[in-house]
Design a protein around this ligand. Structure first.
Ligand code: GTP
Ligand code: SPV
Ligand code: MN
Length: 584
């Protein structure tokens, strides 16, 4: 494989000098290459083959036990000025980061092969797509990138002679958490990630490029990179409307994106465009248009079943990488919440013998599947459309046992930006650290904003101003619990009922009642046909408890104050407006 890009050749040479691999291999993305890499990884135990008659083309991977999720404390934005990374990011000066992390990379690929992985984020030939190149010493990473992006020759063809690509250097080194760094250099369009082989830390096209670097570029180029799913809802008349939804990690994006409507809502169909990332720009029609830059899904497994998400289950029947789940003696896979009964005897994600009576869970809470988006039964016919799909509504959502109602709508774009900026959610296993703790997670982007969060909020306000027909903005919460700690709302497919209310609002067909926090549904306007939901439960799901919202106000204020001088004054104003409404 050769590249016409002199800049790419020189950079790869330079990185090889640093990492000192035995061999440099350029990935072309072919099927022969895939087979060769899988065979090699099977020999070393990096991958295990699954039952090929039940799961054709599927392989199994166990990551290092200390390396199972994103590491926010080891993630850095390296800009010249600390203020440009802002108060929500870890910061290192670029020179210090290159020196410190460079010392770990130095010689780290001795005895290993350095794979050069060219990839495109976004559909090939789309003017909005971005080319990246990831250098890595992990076959697992190469195979994941192959599914998650348009990888190989196709990307070098798109790059041509250009020097315009994101330079991603990734190495496992010794997988020591003390020597683990995920550094972003937005000014150099570069990423250096070392010491982890897992998911968002190591697949540099995903969170590192498509959110952190892309959000930085989007601010300069008048577009947005967001942690959002994209889906289309086709109504019985055949008209499809699209929405984008930002929920924090492991809070339901994949599930909503692949939703199957309850049978009572006849004639509706949901089409999946993307499940994790959206790039949004103003279209020539004045609306906001969204593209999914990815080509695959890296989805959460626990809780995924034929009941909760049949489309995901069907997507991962073939050509799928399973990471950190239970492996059965006949080469099948299982996890907590799977539709099949637990296997009698199996190995857990750590490789230990496991039975249903084992004390610990068999699959890691952040175990995942990697599967091609094209295999999803609900994949939208427009999912690779170069200009994307027009967005009618933006939906924010989080995991809140209390306070946040099932759904409400903002009064305006500016108020919607405030809602997104101050949203909070309980932490999950997708990042290392304590789970179940409520924290502010603005626009579900707290770990992914590649620059100062105050500037990011200003960019949101700016996008609303330059977009003549911006989407309406909503907030949802599927995770309210009752006194027994049980979810009050059935969730999953039944979330369609909330989506229909949202579309009704967008089409101007449904009235709403004004509350201090926004517009909430009249009970009669939620189609609950066939749903066995007690009236008191619905009432509570839609209620706004002033006392808890007044408490919420102080949490929001504390967060806004933390953002500091670059917080747009409009958001202070919105806080005051909300305070006024809650006390009047
Ligand atoms: P990332 O890939 O980490 O960005 O996550 P995601 O937002 O795509 O989350 P995902 O859809 O994979 O859901 C994470 C967990 O939440 C899974 O265990 C789901 O089963 C569960 N979940 C998703 N939707 C619902 C819902 O409507 N109600 C309830 N109770 N749980 C849900
Ligand atoms: C998330 O954590 O939001 C994910 C998984 O989608 S990872 O690729 O690890 O970021
Ligand atoms: Mn995600």
């Amino acid at each position: 494989m050769t590249t016409k890009s002199k800049a790419l050749r020189e950079w790869v040479e330079e990185m090889a000098k640093l990492c000192k691999p035995d061999l440099v291999y350029w990935c072309d993305g072919s099927e022969v290459e895939r087979q060769t890499l899988v065979d090699q990884a099977l020999k070393t135990g990096e991958l295990e083959l699954l039952n090929q008659s039940k799961l054709p083309g599927c392989v199994y991977h166990r990551s290092n036990a200390n390396d199972v999720a994103r590491v926010e404390q080891c993630t850095f934005i390296c800009t010249d000025k600390k203020e440009d990374a802002g108060p929500t990011n870890n910061w290192m000066a670029p020179a210090d980061a290159y020196k410190k992390v460079g010392a770990i990379f130095d010689g780290s690929m001795r005895g290993r092969t350095m794979y050069v992985v060219p990839f495109i984020m976004g559909p090939a030939k789309s003017p909005f797509s971005k080319v990246g190149v990831e250098i890595t010493d992990s076959i697992y990473v190469v195979l994941n990138m192959r599914t998650m992006t348009r990888m190989g020759k196709i990307a070098l063809d798109q790059l041509g002679e250009s020097d315009n690509f994101t330079k991603g250097l990734h190495g496992k080194a010794d997988l020591n958490p003390e020597r683990r760094f995920i550094c972003h250099f937005p000014q150099d369009n570069a990423i250096w990630s070392v010491g982890s082989g897992y998911g968002g830390n190591a697949l540099l096209g995903k969170k590192c490029l498509s959110l952190r670097i892309a959000s930085y570029l989007g601010r300069q180029e008048d577009w947005m990179a967001e942690h959002m799913l994209i889906l289309g809802i086709e109504n019985p008349q055949g008209k499809t409307s699209y929405v984008a939804a930002a929920f924090p990690s492991a809070c339901g994006k994949t599930n909503l994106a692949m939703l199957i409507p309850p049978k009572e809502l006849k004639g509706y169909k949901v089409w999946t465009v993307g499940d994790d990332i959206a790039w949004l720009r103003k279209g020539t029609d004045g609306r906001l248009w969204a593209v999914n830059p990815e080509a695959g899904f890296f989805g959460v497994l626990p809780g995924t079943s034929h009941k909760t998400n049949p489309n995901a289950m069907l997507t991962m029947q073939k050509n799928t990488i399973y990471t950190n789940v239970v492996k059965t003696t006949d080469g099948n896979v299982w996890w907590e919440g799977h539709s099949d009964p637990a296997p009698h005897k199996a190995t857990d994600w750590l490789g230990r013998e496991w039975t249903p009576s084992s004390k610990e869970k068999g699959a890691h809470a952040n175990s995942r599947f990697t599967a091609p988006a094209s295999q999803c039964p609900s994949i939208s016919p427009n999912w690779e459309s170069p200009e994307g799909v027009p967005i009618s509504a933006i939906i924010f959502g989080g995991r809140r046992a209390r306070v946040a109602p099932l759904v409400y709508e903002s009064f305006s774009w500016q108020h919607g930006v405030y809602m997104g900026a101050t949203m909070a959610s309980e932490t999950t296993a997708a990042a290392i650290g304590q789970t179940g703790v409520v924290r502010r997670d603005p626009m579900a982007m707290l770990p992914f904003i590649g620059y100062n969060a105050g500037d990011y909020f200003a960019h949101w306000l700016h996008m609303g101003k330059i977009t003549p027909k911006p989407p309406r903005i909503f907030n949802v919460n599927w995770f309210r619990t009752n006194a027994n700690g049980e979810f009050m709302w059935p969730g999953y497919g039944d979330n369609m009922r909330v989506l229909l209310w949202i579309l009704g609002r967008c089409d101007g067909k449904v009235e709403a009642q004004e509350s201090p926090i926004g517009h909430i549904p009249f009970e009669k306007d939620l189609d609950l046909t066939g749903l066995n939901l007690k009236h008191e439960t619905l009432k509570e799901l839609l209620s706004i408890d002033r006392a808890s919202w007044r408490e919420e106000l102080s949490g929001q204020k504390e967060f806004l104050d933390k953002i500091g001088p670059r917080l747009p004054s409009e958001l202070h104003q919105e806080w005051q407006n909300l305070t006024h409404r809650l006390f009047s």
